[in-house]
Design a protein around this ligand. Structure first.
Ligand code: NAI
Length: 321
């Protein structure tokens, strides 16, 4: 609700009543400008209003740890767009208690589940379907953890127990979330499953260590499971490859500030924020992307397609002089 903190009654009506959203959608650009002036709405606010894209949809959102988490922003946007959902996280993370605020704000139920445990995932779907009153339309996998990164182990000195744990938590859990769902027939026809990835799956980033392999596996699972779930139930499965983002997981990587700034200066649109990511993921949960599946979708301000930017050239030239 933060983004609507200072909006007028008129905007609240539009936000909560999809009928008005439809009406507004049919305004001509000229009329919309007049409406903005009459009701003292800035054009920026006018165009960032909710559209009811997830009206009537049910979902499960994992990974909201605190207000910085990408999943936190996705939950807020999903709520604004009319979805009902459950929130899940590892029981240890939930003990921090932050998630209660989000649950209160969005009317969600919190169901603890370690995403590596089949038993806990089974319980997650059982309780979610019970709470939501039917199968879910979308599932968000926003989970990542590497003990090697946490403990500062270099790529040429990895602890293999921890490596396997990184793969289990950050990638295999994505497969588990879908396999458990499919066995329980917990995702509705045409549903959408999204996981968050990073470009280190394709390119070398020295300090991303074993998470690079985890992300490569995550994206591969999206392609393989996307085929099977698509055939079986028309379920879409995609990964979104997001810009570096200032979150607990993100800033835990050594040298984060430097590669955050580097990516920002390389990308013609600048880094995508967690809020931007939420907007994009909402479209993937919505009916506007019914035929998008098995993709790794770059959401990075253009970073993945740039060789070098003028800003970086300038910096290098200054350094060479
Ligand atoms: P975050 O730290 O807020 O979220 C990571 C979440 O994973 C936490 O909520 C944590 O409790 C959860 N988690 C860890 N182990 C778990 C387990 N065993 N079972 C269930 N949940 C578990 O950080 P952020 O950045 O929002 O991360 C979300 C996703 O976005 C991750 O997959 C991350 O790799 C990805 N991503 C992050 C980027 C960044 O720069 N922050 C860039 C690109 C992708």
């Amino acid at each position: 609700m933060q983004r609507y903190a200072n909006i007028s009654k008129y905007q609240q009506i539009i936000q909560y009543h999809p009928f008005w959203v439809q009406k507004v959608d049919h305004f001509s650009r000229k009329n919309s400008l007049i409406a903005c002036q009459n009701h003292k709405i800035t054009q920026e606010n006018f165009y960032t209003m909710a559209y009811g894209l997830l009206k009537g949809k049910r979902g499960i959102i994992s990974g909201a740890l605190n207000e910085d988490s990408i999943a936190w922003k996705i939950a807020q946007r999903a709520h604004e767009e009319g979805a009902t959902f459950t929130l899940t996280n590892a029981p240890l993370a939930m003990r921090m208690g932050e998630i209660n605020k989000l649950a209160e704000e969005t009317g969600a139920k919190i169901i603890g589940a370690d995403a590596t445990s089949i038993e806990e995932l089974e319980n997650l779907y059982d309780e979610s379907l019970d709470f939501l009153g039917g199968p879910v339309d979308f599932v968000l996998h926003s989970i990542g953890m590497s003990t090697n990164i946490r403990k500062g182990r270099e790529y040429s000195d990895l602890n293999y127990e921890w490596f396997l744990k990184s793969l289990d938590v950050s990638a295999l859990s994505f497969h588990k979330m879908m396999q458990v769902a499919q066995k329980k027939d917990a995702i509705a026809q045409g549903g959408s499953v999204v996981a968050l990835s990073y470009i280190a799956a394709q390119r070398s980033f020295p300090d991303y260590t074993d998470m690079a392999q985890a992300k490569a596996m995550l994206e591969s699972i999206a392609r393989s499971y996307g085929y099977h779930y698509g055939k079986a139930k028309g379920v879409r499965v995609n990964t979104v490859s997001q810009s570096p983002t200032k979150t607990t997981a993100g800033t835990g990587i050594s040298g984060f500030n430097a590669f955050y700034e580097y990516a920002n200066q390389m990308s013609p649109l600048g880094n995508a924020t967690a809020d931007d990511c939420a907007d994009y993921v909402i479209t993937l949960f919505s009916d506007l992307t019914k035929k998008v599946t098995m993709q790794n979708l770059f959401h990075d301000g253009g970073f993945s397609c740039v060789g070098i930017s003028e800003e970086i050239v300038e910096k290098m030239e200054q350094g060479i002089k």
